[in-house]
Design a protein around this ligand. Structure first.
Ligand SMILES: [Zn+2]
Length: 219
């Protein structure tokens, strides 16, 4: 089993390479809060282990084995989050931090039991897809609320690592599956206004709207 440090690097690369298929030492350093020198040493090691495709000063990406290992950690993380919310009744704002620790230590046997107990779920409490046993990851078709125009939307995913944001969304009933109408997207002022079905209106900053992913109700 890979060390938790290695697992965190693989997970970070999986996340960072998602949009374009590759990432850089600089991006990884920023994401993990370490120096580029530290990342370079790790990339050489991961490259020797056949997990990462790395050459100095070039873009890098996961090799099939590295991707598989990264998806295993993501599967653990998301199943643990769902277990903590559904079974242990933790708030969705406090499970990410716990999952960051447990994802590296839980046994396959216990994870399997959790998966079965929860009915082989497909999404975690924040709307992120859970990779299946074979490492297949569903694609979420969602756009940040900050980037869409007027229209009817449903919340399908929120960033999972900002407890303050998750607390605020909970207070305002902006959880997964909630529907609303975006009425006045005033991006220049950095403020969006949305209306609930009940008629109540909520104003939110663009920085919040960047972390709330929605799908259109009228395709
Ligand atoms: Zn999380």
């Amino acid at each position: 089993m890979a060390s938790s440090t290695v697992e965190n690097y693989l997970k970070a690369i999986l996340h960072l390479e998602e949009p374009s298929g590759s990432t850089t030492v600089g991006e990884i350093a920023k994401n993990l809060g370490v120096t580029p020198g530290t990342v370079t040493i790790m990339m050489k090691s991961l490259s020797e282990q056949g997990l990462v495709n790395y050459q100095p000063r070039k873009k890098l990406n996961l090799m099939p084995g590295g991707r598989k290992a990264a998806l295993r950690v993501v599967r653990r993380h998301r199943l643990i989050e769902l277990f903590l919310v559904q079974v242990l009744k933790l708030d969705w704002s406090e499970v990410h931090e716990e999952a960051e620790i447990l994802e590296h230590v839980i046994s396959d046997r216990l994870l399997d039991r959790i998966d079965k107990m929860l009915g082989e779920p497909t999404h975690d409490p924040h709307g992120d897809p859970i990779p299946d046993r074979d490492g297949n990851l569903a694609v979420v078709h969602a756009t940040p609320l900050a980037e869409v125009g007027d229209g009817d939307y449903r919340v399908v995913r929120v960033s999972d690592d900002n407890p303050d944001l998750l607390g605020w969304l909970n207070e305002n009933d902006l959880t997964i599956g909630e529907e609303f109408v975006l009425t006045h997207p005033n991006r220049a002022a950095g403020v969006l206004e949305i209306a609930r079905k009940s008629g109540s209106r909520i104003q939110l900053g663009v920085n919040v709207a960047e972390q709330v992913y929605v799908e259109s109700l009228k395709p």
